[in-house]
Design a protein around this ligand. Structure first.
Ligand code: NAD
Length: 418
């Protein structure tokens, strides 16, 4: 399927093929499991504030329909492409199955640079994009959520556009909405808190103590900043962070409150003076206990995998490690890897809770949500650790094999349709 041709899609296919061999999946079933069921590409013409009209490209990919509606984020970034979105949709499928959620994976996005667009332009892009994909989404069809470059406001515009079209308010069409519009308590923080919870479980396994531990975090958006704050609240010293403008490092620990204050009045970390400026490459290879890539795909490659100096690699981003890097990391028993489909699953788990609450119009308190989240993550963590031990495979292969096996089982039971 050359329409998905993209390095990130190749990476997701490589991972799938390896696990399909391990599970001895019948070659006849493989393409049906691997390739997305549906993909939609749309042109999004929008009038900019200057009066000019610009046509943006928009995508939505639904990977499989065997277990329920599809679910996944919407990304606004200059590099968004069909193949990247397809890879992210595939990973969502394995993630939902690993954590036992009744969804297939989906992903979407618009190729644009949100930092160069006004709030009004972003609203027009979102509403027009939603209109273009309106028959492709719905509470029982496909439920978008925020991802890189999108947030609660984006979801509010999507929900409003869909509701205007339907003629009544439909909160369950998206998750990650503002709480006052039917969003779930804890959703904004869920991914980062889940990452920190799993890091805590890995530290217990390695007998690392919080007060002695240091963390380095690449990407300081929703996921990276909440992960940093949650780790710091347990006594872990966050010694370096980065964003699109580069990294900052302070071996004595960064002042996260001062960084948040800086970001109130500046778009990026550029100009922050509470640490030394370092490059992204330097950041990834700093000596630390916990390394958290929380930005984009393909950051840990064959060029830097052997240089990592952490004990725990917690993959908060989707697809941060290439298969070539994996082959190197497989030879490093000193590293405990929490693979992406497990590590960042807290987001989709609380999105599922949000969808359930919206469908019932009955809302839970935050303690109930967080308790349910941590129980789900604990189960997935144990299942992955036990599978890795029993099958003598890496944590990534273990997590993927649990997810892929569950989707395979559903497809076998249902037949060729979904
Ligand atoms: P975000 O847009 O809130 O933040 C992204 C951050 O990465 C920003 O700080 C940005 O400046 C930084 N960044 C961009 N390019 C970079 C680069 N080359 N080097 C370093 N930093 C860079 O996005 P997010 O929602 O925090 O998502 C981050 C990652 O987590 C993505 O891989 C996303 O798919 C994944 N994820 C997000 C969620 C969620 O709930 N938001 C859930 C699961 C997985």
């Amino acid at each position: 399927m050359t329409i998905y041709s993209h390095p990130t899609f190749d990476m997701a296919c490589d991972q799938f093929d390896k696990v399909a061999d391990l599970l001895s999946i019948d070659p006849q079933d493989r393409d049906r499991l691997k390739y997305p069921k549906r993909a939609l590409t749309v042109a999004v013409p929008v009038r900019l504030d200057s009066g000019k009209v610009q046509v943006f490209s928009g995508f939505r990919v639904q990977h499989h329909l065997s277990l329920g509606p599809t679910k996944g984020g919407m990304r606004y970034h200059p590099d968004v492409a069909l193949g990247e979105v397809a890879a992210l949709a595939m990973w969502m499928s394995w993630k939902c199955a690993l954590t036992g959620l009744p969804y297939g994976g989906a992903k979407g996005g618009v190729t644009c640079d949100p930092s160069q667009l006004s709030i009004n332009e972003l609203e027009r892009i979102t509403r027009r994009f939603t209109q273009e994909i309106i028959s492709f989404i719905g509470p029982q069809i496909d439920i978008p959520a925020p991802d890189v470059g999108t947030n609660e406001q984006t979801m509010a515009w999507m929900m409003d556009t869909y509701s205007i079209h339907t003629g009544h308010t439909v909160p369950a069409v998206v998750t990650g909405k503002p709480v006052h519009l039917g969003g779930s308590l804890g959703r904004r923080e869920a991914t980062g808190r889940g990452v920190a919870f799993l890091i805590g479980r890995a530290m217990e396994t390695l007998r690392l103590k919080s007060q002695d531990a240091t963390a380095v975090i690449q990407g300081f958006g929703n996921v990276g900043s909440v992960t940093a704050g949650t780790l710091a609240s347990t006594g872990i010293k966050v010694i370096a962070i980065s964003d699109v403008s580069g990294g900052i490092h302070n071996p004595n620990g960064l002042d996260l409150n001062a960084i948040h204050a800086h970001l109130q009045s500046h778009p990026t970390l550029a100009g922050y003076t509470g640490g030394d400026r370092i490059s992204q490459d330097e950041l990834l290879t700093l000596p630390c206990d916990i390394l958290v890539p929380a930005a984009l795909e393909r950051q840990i490659t064959e060029k830097n995998a052997h240089l990592l100096k952490c004990r725990i690699l917690a993959e908060a981003a989707n697809g941060p490690t290439t298969p070539a890097a994996d082959a190197i990391l497989d030879q490093r028993p000193d590293l405990f890897i929490i693979p992406d489909i497990l590590c960042n699953a807290g987001g989709v788990i609380v999105s599922y809770f949000e969808w359930v609450q919206d469908l019932q119009s009955f809302f839970w308190d935050e303690a109930e949500i967080m308790g349910k989240l941590y129980r789900s993550l604990e189960n997935a963590f144990r299942h992955t650790v036990n599978t890795a031990r029993d099958r003598q495979v890496s944590m990534r292969t273990a997590a993927l094999s649990i997810g892929i096996q569950r989707v395979h089982q559903a497809k076998k039971s249902r037949g060729l349709f979904p």
